[in-house]
Design a protein around this ligand. Structure first.
Ligand SMILES: *Cc1c(COP(=O)(O)O)cnc(C)c1O
Length: 404
């Protein structure tokens, strides 16, 4: 096929002509997908090693999830929370059971789950802990990524995420990630919560030192502070456990969930916590027109049922070991370091070879899609339905790219 017969270049031009340039996508225009594979407008196939930043943990168009969505589309799609619908109770109960919590509060996007967690923690602080009015603070970590709202970027440490978006929301203290002493020292009588990712995804799949999460749990309990785990990217099977916190046997007071909860079909997020925490909310104090809608609940209930089988967590553990073994074999051969857990890996490329962006462009030319995070770091997060052969294929293509 000669280049000017391809549909891709024009499709890219059209996409860039009509949108704000708040993303720098790889030069690929996708038109269909199934399982771990994408097909572009010119019929080329790509192995998806990003999985929508973990929104596609069950792969593209998982048959069970698509069937649930189709069936619900033919019955009822939206009521608003002004009325109760028949998909709501099952979703909330089954998700609460998966989280081993009393209650669930459904929203749509991850950022909304984070905002919900912040609001609930503050109200809990004033009403239950007895913090003086207007004084609540929340301890967060350097290198965090919790979303893009004005309040959330207020405590980001990424200059791109913050610059020219102020004035910022007060009430947050930033400490180094993985440093328990610094976190402990930052807690005072007005601290209502510690908000952390158990593994920092956007930062490059940064795993904290062993013992850090149990330490945070212990300090939060001792100081009467809520431990809020942002498991929006790390949760729901990605690391080989249902939640990344499970790996160290840690139970946070609040889970923030999103991404994979919507099965790659609809945006679904949620906060899960016990009644002494989520019970502080009364009618009119928080809400969302689309949060917990029938279509979202129908799909997300099936997501929870897929996770309840344990199959995807097992796949992530077993196939993740294969992925990490393959990647470790490239350390010293173009890779400087590999981090991660389960089917989730952050790779630092030797910066003298190429940037992360360049590596991802070359991988795309070889039919593997991944995304750089910062500088020379790439994140791999393939769908949990990926096969051994497909993992080997991805590692082989990466090896070829690094070999130049
Ligand atoms: C993606 C992400 C968010 C924000 O989710 P959106 O659905 O994009 O708003 C929050 N926290 C973490 C850890 C994430 O990875």
């Amino acid at each position: 096929m000669i280049d000017d017969m391809l549909r891709t270049p024009e499709a890219i031009r059209d996409a860039e002509r009509w949108t704000a340039h708040n993303y720098h996508p790889l030069p690929v225009v996708v038109s269909s997908a199934e399982g771990s594979w994408l097909t572009d407008v010119d019929g080329r196939r790509y192995l998806d090693c990003l999985a929508g930043y973990s929104a596609l943990n069950f792969g593209h168009r998982h048959p069970t999830l698509i069937a649930a969505a189709h069936a619900q589309l033919d019955r009822l799609t939206l009521t608003s929370r002004a009325f109760i619908h028949d998909q709501f109770a099952d979703f909330c109960r089954e998700l609460a059971e998966l989280c081993r919590k009393d209650l669930v509060l459904p929203m749509n996007t991850g950022a909304e789950a984070v905002e919900t967690g912040i609001k609930v923690a503050r109200k809990w602080g004033y009403q239950v802990k007895g913090v003086a009015p207007g004084q609540a603070n929340i301890v967060v970590a350097e290198g965090n990524f919790h979303g893009r709202t004005t309040t959330i970027v207020s405590f980001s440490t990424d200059p791109d995420a913050r610059a020219d978006f102020g004035p910022f929301t007060p009430g947050f203290t930033v400490v180094p990630y993985g440093d328990l002493a610094a976190l402990t020292a930052a807690i005072d009588e007005n601290t209502v919560a510690v908000l952390l990712e158990p593994i920092q995804g956007e930062q490059g799949v940064v795993v904290p030192p062993e013992g850090y999460l149990p330490g945070v749990r212990r300090v939060c309990t001792e100081r009467n502070v809520l431990f809020i785990a942002d498991e929006i990217q790390s949760g729901l099977g990605r690391t080989g456990d249902t939640f990344a916190c499970d790996h160290e046997g840690v139970t946070p007071d609040m889970y923030l969930l999103g991404k994979a909860l919507g099965g790659g079909i609809v945006p679904v997020s949620a906060v899960a916590a016990n009644a002494d925490v989520l019970g502080v909310l009364r009618p009119g104090q928080h809400g969302s027109t689309f949060g917990g809608n029938p279509l979202a609940c129908a799909v997300a209930t099936e997501v929870v049922r897929l996770l309840a089988t344990g199959e995807f967590q097992r796949r992530s553990t077993e196939l993740g070991a294969r992925l990490h073994a393959g990647l470790r074999s490239l350390v010293g051969r173009g890779l400087v370091a590999v981090r991660g857990r389960g089917l989730w890996a952050g790779l630092d490329i030797d910066p003298s070879l190429m940037s992360g962006r360049e590596a991802c462009e070359r991988l795309a030319e070889r039919g593997v899609l991944a995304k750089d995070t910062h500088g020379a770091t790439i994140r791999l997060a393939p769908p949990l339905v990926i096969t051994e052969e497909e993992i080997d294929h991805a590692v082989a293509q990466l090896a070829a790219v690094l070999a130049g």
